[in-house]
Design a protein around this ligand. Structure first.
Ligand SMILES: [Zn+2]
Length: 518
């Protein structure tokens, strides 16, 4: 035979498309040609595949080898096609039997010595293979753990081309390397939860702890302002520990993003803990929202998908980096446009901004005097644009613990487990109320609905109206307050809004003035 077909996956963002790799060996002058819209990185594949085959003991015939990747319209990039190309050629050379590669998908980069190197994006590739109906997927051994996170398809790991050829030729069973990886039951994933972080470790911040619980229950974004050392990071780090655990489906979605970022290696179970991402304030726009040369990579907003994105020293970030958050905050995803096509990454996260009250950090502090002028402070606060600021429902001032303790406010915070139970119950209440609507969390509910169908009783409304007319609250602030009040009611198990819920919400919501970050 001089014509054979193998299968691979082309990945753009998280979406994979099966690609047929056809190899034809003809009696023309010796050559090795790759056709079907391969990009520069893929064109290099010919050298790697030739050396890998030769060094594995399978020298190419002195003929013309043509490899066609179809459909030609699907953009193809990267080195993950190496293995499928080599297998297609070896099948065309009749080194491996053609029927042994039917229904099998091959993923992997080849070294010149014929060894298989790990690649990025194995989880979304295996998912795409499964959805396209493939029964077996062969991946580099180093990627086997993550490949096996996808249920419903057989995954095999191999360290070299020679080993794969031997299995295909002998018709033997694939070696059970997965057993070696100590595959544990996915329900035993408790050990991944928040390591040793717990809400109960927070001492003397009852207002902030309550705000975290309300934020987690309603999906409300949070900003925290306070002097250095007030405990903003400590609080933010504990938010993932009180968020509901990810479902298996959500955990797989998060694993696919991490696989693409090259963060998974030999994990053997899905991590159901919501993630915590804290990019540094010097991060580029690409590091925040994703991008980069060639193969687009997910940014911090996607790595925080279904978890928490924490921006410490938020006002020190480049304005363009802060602005880039608007798209994911509005749509829950990031689209990266490339000439070959658009990569889409999910990015639905809970945002926590922390900032100093002013450039010197001590405005409003009793410890030290602030050395900043009013103008300097105003300019500092205005670095967060109005549209971004409008999306933050909870605005907190964090006082240093010693001060709170002195004022007699010190109290024991609940454990993360206890807080999470309350939050899950509150979310269930919200879900029930929002049944039939395209929203799950109070933070997503638009103002028209809050003031219409979900309008609170007269007494509660009167309190809010008074704030609106006194100029203490804008219309946006009014809606934000209603959202928070519903979450507070849900946490109490109340089915209607009371004036007390509104009063508590007014405290959490902070001021509408741009001075609110202080
Ligand atoms: Zn200052």
């Amino acid at each position: 035979m001089s014509l054979a077909k193998a299968h691979a996956i082309s990945l753009l963002g998280l979406s994979g498309t099966p690609v047929q790799v056809e190899a034809d060996i003809s009696a023309n002058l010796p050559a090795f040609v790759l056709v079907g819209l391969p990009d520069a990185s893929l064109s290099e594949s010919t050298s790697r595949v030739r050396s890998a085959c030769t060094n594995s003991g399978f020298s190419f015939p002195a003929r013309k080898i043509t490899v066609n990747l179809s459909p030609a319209s699907v953009p193809k990039s990267g080195s993950s096609f190496d293995l499928a190309i080599a297998i297609a050629i070896l099948a065309a050379m009749e080194v491996v039997p053609n029927q042994s590669i039917q229904g099998v998908l091959f993923i992997g980069e080849l070294g010149l010595d014929g060894k298989l190197s790990p690649i990025r994006g194995v989880v979304p590739m295996v998912l795409a293979a499964k959805n396209a109906g493939f029964q077996k997927v062969v991946v580099p051994l180093a990627n086997l753990g993550e490949a096996a996170l996808v249920q419903g398809v057989e995954t095999y790991g191999s360290s070299s081309l020679l080993e794969i050829v031997q299995v295909l030729r002998s018709g033997a069973q694939w070696p059970d390397q997965l057993g070696l990886l100590e595959r544990r039951d996915s329900s035993a994933g408790e050990s991944n939860l928040g390591h040793d972080l717990d809400l109960a470790q927070v001492v003397g911040q009852p207002v902030a702890v309550n705000a975290l619980v309300v934020g987690a229950a309603g999906g409300h974004h949070i900003s925290m302002s306070g002097s250095p050392g007030a405990g903003k990071t400590m609080l933010a780090e504990r938010l993932p520990t009180i968020l509901p655990r990810l479902t298996m489906e959500q955990a797989l979605e998060v694993a696919a993003i991490e696989s693409l970022g090259g963060q998974l290696s030999q994990v053997t179970e899905l991590n159901q803990t919501p993630r915590f991402q804290a990019p540094h304030h010097t991060s580029s726009v690409a590091a925040i929202v994703g991008g980069g040369k060639g193969f687009p990579r997910p940014g911090a907003v996607s790595q925080a998908h279904r978890g928490v994105l924490f921006l410490d020293e938020a006002l020190e970030f480049q304005a363009s980096a802060l602005e880039s958050l608007r798209e994911p905050l509005e749509s829950g995803r990031v689209v990266i446009h490339r000439s070959a096509g658009s990569a889409v990454f999910p990015a639905r996260f809970q945002l926590v901004l922390a900032s100093n009250p002013c450039p010197c950090g001590f405005f409003g502090s009793v410890k030290r005097d602030c050395s900043c002028s009013v103008i300097v402070r105003r300019r500092y606060e205005s670095k967060i644009s109005g549209p971004l600021y409008d999306r933050i429902d909870i605005r907190l001032n964090i006082a240093a613990v010693s001060l709170s303790a002195k004022l007699g406010m010190a109290g024991q915070a609940p454990t993360s487990d206890a807080a999470r139970d309350r939050i899950e119950a509150a979310r269930a209440m919200a879900k029930d109320r929002l049944r039939g609507l395209p929203y799950q969390l109070n933070a997503q509910v638009p103002g028209t609905l809050l003031r219409g169908r979900l309008s609170p009783g007269k007494q509660a409304m009167r309190l809010l109206d008074r704030h609106l007319h006194s100029g203490k609250t804008s219309m946006r602030g009014f809606d934000r307050c209603l959202r928070l009040a519903w979450t507070i009611a849900d946490l109490e198990g109340a089915t209607t809004l009371s004036a007390e819920h509104i009063a508590q919400a007014l405290l959490l919501r902070g001021s509408d003035e741009r001075g609110a970050l202080q």
